[in-house]
Design a protein around this ligand. Sequence first.
Ligand code: FAD
Length: 460
Amino acid sequence: MKKIGRRLALKFIDILGADSFLTEPEDTSCYSFDASGLQFVPAAVALPSDSLQVRKMVRLCNEEGIPVIPRGAGSGTTGGSLPSTGGVVVSLTRMNRIRSIDPVELSCVVEPGVVTGILQREVEKRGLFYPPDPASLAFCTIGGNVNTCAGGARAVKYGVTRDYVRALKIVLSDGEEITVGTSTAKGVVGYDLRHLFVGAEGTLGIVTEITLRLLPLPEAVGTVAAVFLSTQQAIDSITGLFESNILPRCAEFLDGLSLSCIADLLPFEPGDEAQAFILIEVDGPTDAVISQLEDVDKSLYDNGALQIYRPKTGNDSARLWTARRKLSPSIKKLGFEKKISEDICVPRARLSSMLTFLDDVQRVYPVTIITFGHAGDGNLHVNLLFNTRDLRSGTEIEEVITQIMKKTVAMGGTISGEHGVGLSKRAFLEIELSPRMVELHKQIKDVFDPKNILNPHKIF
Ligand SMILES: Cc1cc2nc3c(=O)[nH]c(=O)nc-3n(C[C@H](O)[C@H](O)[C@H](O)COP(=O)(O)OP(=O)(O)OC[C@H]3O[C@@H](n4cnc5c(N)ncnc54)[C@H](O)[C@@H]3O)c2cc1C
């Protein structure tokens, strides 16, 4: 890998300006980690403020054979934004303008660095709705969401980021900018390259502008939380909703250990007996929400809910969601040295068997497994907690992950529902994708990035 010597640094500074090209370790180290726990310090960090700067600097990197690693907020959980083979990290956070919100076309045009939660608030002021809501929405960016195809709690009813991307402007590895997709509601000319770029984890191009589909803001939202004596009952109560023809907009599940991490943040006392927690949301016209809430209550009681909590104010409802969003960082309080987060997704009907399997795993291996997630989608965040000193071999954790992933795929599921592959799941890719599929991926990569400068060593 080439180092960024003085001659090259001056060329980057010429494109970006001196305050937007960082090479001092105290600056670059701030871009050396994400939420995966991995760390790689970049040789330099570029902070472009427009797509022309992105184009010029990518062209320069292509000429010089320097890896380019796009980065949003660095909240990814798989090391996707880390410079594992060196190179320049391109932080898109200064490209954070909302260019337009169009209530007739039901769309908006944004730069990649716009924070998801800020976009949601802005469109809501116009009576519009951008549904994808990763739990990291207070800090993650739309560019990162597009490149991981982020999901979130509302995916159960509204789908994931992919379902909202109409068009993308992309800077390719030679510095040329193209548009994929159309700003119109429909468009079927040529291959669907737009969806090839969604979830591509920055390996095919740098996204510099995004046209997103919006929806009208639902008139009313109803929230219900419930606790159960067992995870089985909690999962049955979620699948029971679908059996009763109720399509919740969110159906979140927390196991007993997860509940213990956030119990003090909840607006109600879950009680000592509670071994599982679910959080359900429905939306629509006010009358429909009232009747759906009654159906939800019935389904939860039918499946043995110990206690059902209906927030009376918006503030109580917000407290439930704040507690849910704080769960991931709250796990630290359990005091384990290491946490590895997996993000499997199985058919809803297999959720219970998967939880039983995870229980069996933690009986055999020196790990504690804490599981929560968007169970309405079959998407479970399986967190392996352990202390290195307890492991019986250097490969024991890999063995555990391999078993979980093999079981997931055998159940008809996928090894990542929403976090992507990045670096940390690379080694497990072929559990899900056949050799022919991996080869096709490599051929596609070669078409778009023949010199392999765009986020190399990620996915495969
Ligand atoms: C507490 C917590 C909760 C989370 N909850 C969820 C959740 O509910 N659902 C979910 O899906 N994820 C969740 N995540 C994971 C993470 O927030 C998402 O993956 C998010 O989409 C990453 O956005 P980011 O801006 O941080 O991107 P980064 O982490 O910076 O980058 C992610 C990937 O996108 C690429 N990339 C970023 N911007 C661009 C661009 N403009 N062009 C090309 N490539 C680019 C990077 O190279 C990298 O491969 C959570 C993370 C945390 C820490």
